[in-house]
Design a protein around this ligand. Structure first.
Ligand SMILES: [Fe+2]
Length: 200
């Protein structure tokens, strides 16, 4: 088992605050680094949830919402090509491109137990809470004939209580992540269903 602990908690340069990729460049990076369509869809879903959360719950302006969106869009960008060095490679790439340190910290904190980085900002805490749950909800939708159509929170909760379903998803981490934000598990599941169902 490779050690993916990042061994640091400071990322990027404060002088780059507010510097983001253009959406075209972010999309191009994703297309180049992530040939796997399913993984790309996962990142687009997390991005849609993050952007919607920033706009609807945090009163974010357009620039801040784009920062949340890009963190979601790129958080697993190096997973397919560099699984042993995930998420070190994408972090170093964004540092090289002089991208906003908050965005880089957010990506670094999307898996505290793996990367050893504690979520600090609300953006950090939300990517941690949304990431696994988004993938889990998509897995629940995929086994239904009507997919997201008519998918209810209670069906997702039932699957969460079924240890054999998507067994690799840590229920403890989902609970831990949600307990750090001002939103119940039920509300977050509904929010994610509502905002990722149209992402393709
Ligand atoms: Fe992810």
């Amino acid at each position: 088992m490779s050690n993916r602990n990042l061994g640091r908690s400071v990322f990027g340069d404060p002088a780059n605050t507010g510097k983001l990729l253009s959406m075209e460049d972010a999309q191009a990076l994703l297309n180049e680094w992530v040939p796997n369509e399913r993984l790309r869809l996962h990142m687009k879903q997390v991005a849609a949830n993050m952007k919607a959360w920033a706009l609807e719950k945090e009163g974010a302006d357009e620039l801040i919402a784009r920062k949340w969106e890009q963190a979601g869009l790129l958080h697993d960008a190096d997973w397919e090509k560099y699984p042993d060095a995930h998420c070190r490679v994408i972090i170093e790439e964004l540092e090289k491109r002089n991208i906003d340190p908050d965005l880089i910290h957010c990506i670094a904190s999307h898996g505290p137990s793996v990367f050893g980085v504690t979520p600090v900002s609300k953006m950090d805490k939300m990517i941690y809470a949304i990431d696994e749950l988004s993938g889990f909800i998509h897995a629940v939708a995929l086994i239904r004939p009507t997919r997201y159509e008519g998918l209810e929170v209670k069906s997702v909760l039932k699957r969460l209580k079924t240890p054999g379903f998507a067994a690799q998803v840590s229920r403890e981490e989902i609970q831990e992540a949600v307990s750090a934000i001002d939103c119940s598990l039920e509300e977050l599941i509904q929010f994610i269903i509502d905002h990722q169902k149209q992402v393709s």
